[in-house]
Design a protein around this ligand. Structure first.
Ligand SMILES: Cc1cc2nc3c(=O)[nH]c(=O)nc-3n(C[C@H](O)[C@H](O)[C@H](O)COP(=O)(O)O)c2cc1C
Length: 176
């Protein structure tokens, strides 16, 4: 079984999860940073499973991973991502649902993993300004509510959970 891990990461949180997935799985495997691909061109032919990693940007996956999400077909996919807001509760659930919904139905989504990532330093002040102007903006509000907590993520436990997720996905891919 051959695996491909594709990830997009602006500040390193999703990259951390991507490498913990890469380290956890057995067999032939490749890992690629989407932003380093030329024209998002990927030959999926030889891969049995694609782990696809994104960071959340304004309530959806970032634009690099979106290019991949919207153009992948007939594959077994395991999604993983990081976000600044809490992953628990309706906001976190809505993010996963939204991202899964833009994947073409000819793929098989084996599962989704999401965890918190540190919100970059410097964004807090900017978010507070935006929040004054647009208090109804839930993406900003949810991140501000979680800013302090986010600073220590992804943590050891989340790295461990990502490894377990990766192994589960490999079992699923080989049996489904
Ligand atoms: C421009 C920008 C937009 C963001 N939008 C959201 C958002 O809508 N919801 C959220 O929960 N986190 C949001 N975040 C936080 C990131 O998703 C989070 O810090 C993530 O872990 C970054 O991953 P990376 O380090 O792999 O780039 C945003 C961060 C940036 C820089």
């Amino acid at each position: 079984m051959k695996s491909l891990i594709l990830y997009s990461s602006l500040t390193g949180n999703t990259k951390k999860i991507a490498y913990s997935i890469y380290d956890a799985i057995q067999g032939e495997k490749d890992i690629k940073n989407i932003s380093e691909l030329v024209d998002y061109s990927i030959n999926y032919e030889n891969y049995d499973i694609v782990f696809l990693g994104y960071w959340v940007d304004k309530g959806i996956c970032d634009k690099n991973s979106k290019q991949v999400v919207e153009n992948i077909h007939n594959k077994k996919i395991a999604l993983f991502g990081t976000m600044g807001a809490s992953t628990k509760g309706s906001y976190g659930d809505s993010i996963i649902e939204k991202i899964e919904s833009i994947i073409s139905k000819d793929n098989e989504i084996l599962g989704s993993f999401i965890c918190q990532g540190k919100i970059a330093e410097g964004l807090k002040a900017k978010y507070e300004e935006i929040s004054k102007l647009y208090p109804e903006n839930e993406h900003i509000r949810e991140q501000l509510n979680n800013y302090e907590e986010s600073q220590n993520h992804p943590n050891k436990q989340e790295i461990c959970e990502a490894s377990i997720f990766a192994k589960d996905m490999m079992i699923k891919a080989s049996t489904m």
